[in-house]
Design a protein around this ligand. Structure first.
Ligand code: BG6
Length: 533
C-alpha cells in the first residue's frame, strides 16, 4: 500500500519523528488475497480438544468471539469443546463467557453478541484416549450439521498435551470423522515433536489420517501483524531490498525477551526449555521471514517454499562449534521491581537440579549467496528486564569515516540500524546519524520512527484471530509445513545434543538481567554487542 509521509517534527538533535499514514483508508491488504481481511467464512464447527486449558481460555475463545464480533464467522458457527472435566453445555458457556470477558484485549465485551455466539457452543466431556469420545463427537457433528447447517465443515484444534496429538488424530480417523461432504482440517499447536526424530514420527502418524494439505501446524508468531509486515516492508518497497544482503548488512539480531517467568508451566517448561519453546519454532520462522528470497507469487506454497529453502540453508553446527555459538542460561532467585522472585529450580514441577535453560542464545549462518558470512544472532529468555520482541538489522558502517575528526563523543560513526519491532509498540525505526545544530560538525544518532498504532489508528487482529480465520478459510500461508519443521529441528539439534552432554553451572543469570555473560561473550568474539532494546 502506498504510504504518505505526514510530518516530521521531532525533538531537536535527538530524533526526527516521521508518521506514516496509508493514502487510502482500506485495511492493510494481507498476503495474496486482497479480500483477506474482509473475509467471511463458510459455516463450520471448530472442535477444540483441551477445551478446559489455558490456551482455550486466554487465546482461542477470545479470538473466535472477536471474529464473531467483526462479522467474520458465518451464522450457525459452532464450537465444540472437549476435555475430561464433567460439565454441561451451559456450564462450559459460562466458563467461556468469563474467560472471554477477562482476556479480550482492547475491545469491548458485548453481552448481546455473546448470547447469540454462545448458542453455538457445545461441550463434550471424555477421555481423548478412548473411542467413546469420538463416537459422541460424531453424533454431535451430525446433529449440528442439521441444526446449524455447518455443511459438514470441521476444524479440529488440538490444544492438549503434545503426547496426545497422534492418538487424537488416530481417534478421529478410526471414527471416520475425516470423511464428509464438507472440509475437515486439523490444527496442531506447538511443540511439533521434541526433536527431529519425534517430529518425523508424529508427522507420519498424522499423515496416515490427514492429507498434508489439511494439516495446519500453528506458529503464532507468523500470525503477528508485525511479522507479516516484514514481507510487506521488504517486498512492497523498492528501496530496502537492494540493501538486504551481505554487502550492506553486517549482522542481524533477533530478540524475544519476556519479563515473566514460567508462570505455572514449570512441568512443561522443564521438558522443553527456551531453545525448544521459542527458537526452534517462533524465532527461526521470524529469521526465515527476514532472510527468505522473494517468492514469485504470494500463494501459500510459494511463500512456504521460500521460507523452507531458507531454513534448509542454515548451516548445521558441528559439536565442536556449539560452545562458541550457543548459550544456555537459567535464572536463579532474586528481586525484580522490589519483589522477591523464586528461581526456576524452585518453580512447581521443576527439578531442584534442573539443567533446563530459561534463556537461549545462538548464532546461525545462512549458506547462500545473499547471506554467506552474516551472523544471525538469536536470543530469548524468561525474566529478562522487559517484554520486547524485535529484529535489529545492523548495516555496515560507511566505508570511510570522513567526519572522524569532528564527530561528537556521543555516537557519531554509529552504524545504521533498522529495527523491526514485533511487540510491544509495534513499528519500525531507522537509526542514522545527523548533524547536531550549531557550529562544528558534531554528529548524533537519531531515529526515524513508524508506529503502527499512530499511523493506522486501528486495532491489529491478534495472531490467533488471523490464524484461526485463515485455517477456517483454508489459507495455510502462515502455517508451517513439515519440511519447515524438520529443517528447523535440524538447525537446533546439534545444540540440543551437545547440551544434553553438559552439566551447566546453573543458575547463571539474575532475574531482571539480560541473561548470562556468556551471551555477551558470544557476540564479542565477532566484535559485536547485543542491542539493549
Ligand atoms: C509460546 C511459548 O509459544 O510463546 C511461551 O510457549 C511464550 O513460553 C510465548 O511465553 C510467547 O508468545 P508472545 O506472543 O507473548 O510473544
Amino acid at each position: 500500500m502506498p504510504l504518505l509521509r505526514t510530518g516530521q517534527a521531532g525533538l531537536p538533535g535527538t530524533s526526527a519523528n516521521v508518521g506514516l499514514m496509508p493514502l487510502d483508508s482500506a485495511p492493510n491488504a494481507g498476503l495474496q488475497d486482497p479480500l483477506r481481511f474482509h473475509r467471511t467464512t463458510q459455516p463450520c464447527a471448530v472442535v477444540i480438544f483441551g477445551a478446559n486449558g489455558d490456551l482455550t481460555r486466554r487465546k482461542l475463545m477470545p479470538a473466535l468471539y472477536r471474529l464473531a464480533f467483526e462479522g467474520r464467522l458465518a451464522p450457525g458457527f459452532v464450537v465444540i469443546g472437549i476435555s475430561r472435566t464433567r460439565m454441561s453445555d451451559d456450564e462450559f458457556r459460562e466458563h467461556m463467557r468469563q474467560s472471554v470477558a477477562k482476556y479480550l484485549e482492547d475491545s469491548p465485551f458485548d453481552e448481546e453478541l455473546w448470547k447469540s455466539f454462545a448458542q453455538g457452543i457445545f461441550y463434550l466431556s471424555g477421555d481423548v484416549m478412548s473411542a467413546a469420545v469420538y463416537e459422541a463427537l460424531g453424533e454431535k457433528l451430525r446433529a449440528v450439521e442439521q441444526s446449524r447447517h455447518t455443511g459438514g465443515n470441521v476444524l479440529f484444534y488440538l490444544s492438549t498435551q503434545p503426547s496426545q496429538y497422534a492418538p487424537i488424530a488416530e481417534g478421529i480417523g478410526t471414527a471416520g470423522l475425516t470423511k464428509s461432504d464438507g472440509w475437515r482440517r486439523i490444527v496442531i499447536e506447538k511443540p511439533f515433536g521434541h526433536d527431529l526424530v519425534s517430529a518425523r514420527q508424529l508427522n507420519d502418524r498424522l499423515q496416515k489420517v490427514f492429507d498434508e494439505s489439511s494439516i495446519y501446524r500453528i506458529d503464532h508468531y507468523l500470525g503477528k501483524e508485525t511479522v507479516q509486515n516484514i514481507l510487506a516492508f521488504r517486498f512492497g518497497n523498492g528501496i530496502f531490498e537492494p540493501l538486504w544482503n551481505r554487502r550492506y548488512i553486517e549482522h542481524v539480531q533477533i530478540t524475544a525477551a519476556e519479563s515473566i517467568g514460567v508462570e505455572g508451566r514449570g512441568a512443561y517448561y522443564q521438558e522443553a526449555g527456551a531453545l525448544r519453546d521459542m527458537v526452534q519454532n517462533h524465532l527461526l520462522q521470524v529469521m526465515a521471514t527476514v532472510a527468505m528470497e522473494p517468492s514469485a507469487t504470494f500463494s501459500a506454497d510459494a511463500v512456504r517454499d521460500e521460507r523452507a529453502k531458507l531454513l534448509r540453508a542454515i548451516r548445521i553446527m558441528t559439536p565442536e562449534e556449539v560452545p562458541a555459538n550457543a548459550v544456555s542460561g537459567q535464572y536463579g532467585p532474586g528481586r525484580v521491581g522490589g519483589e522477591d522472585v523464586s528461581g526456576f529450580r524452585q518453580e512447581k514441577g521443576v527439578d531442584a537440579e534442573s539443567q533446563t535453560g530459561t534463556f537461549a542464545a545462538a548464532t546461525f549462518f545462512v549458506e547462500n549467496w545473499r547471506w554467506a558470512g552474516v551472523p544471525f544472532y538469536i536470543r530469548t529468555g524468561k525474566l529478562l528486564p522487559k517484554r520486547v520482541s524485535e529484529i535489529a538489522i545492523h548495516f555496515r558502517s560507511a566505508p570511510l569515516e570522513v567526519f572522524r575528526n569532528d564527530v561528537g563523543s556521543n555516537g557519531g560513526g554509529a552504524p545504521n540500524l533498522l529495527i523491526l519491532r514485533i511487540q510491544p509498540e509495534e513499528g519500525i525505526s531507522l537509526k542514522f546519524v545527523s548533524k547536531r545544530p550549531g557550529a562544528g560538525m558534531t554528529l548524533r544518532p537519531v531515529s526515524m520512527d513508524f508506529n503502527y498504532g499512530a499511523s493506522f489508528g486501528e486495532r491489529s487482529p491478534s495472531a490467533y484471530e488471523t490464524l484461526l480465520l485463515d485455517a477456517i478459510a483454508g489459507d495455510a500461508t502462515l502455517y508451517t509445513r513439515q519440511d519447515m519443521v524438520e529443517a528447523s529441528w535440524k538447525a537446533v539439534q546439534p545444540i540440543l545434543d551437545y547440551w544434553s552432554t553438559q552439566r551447566f553451572a546453573f543458575p547463571n543469570y539474575e532475574p531482571g538481567s539480560w541473561g548470562p555473560v556468556a551471551a555477551d561473550e558470544m557476540l564479542a568474539r565477532r566484535g559485536h554487542a547485543w542491542r539493549r532494546p
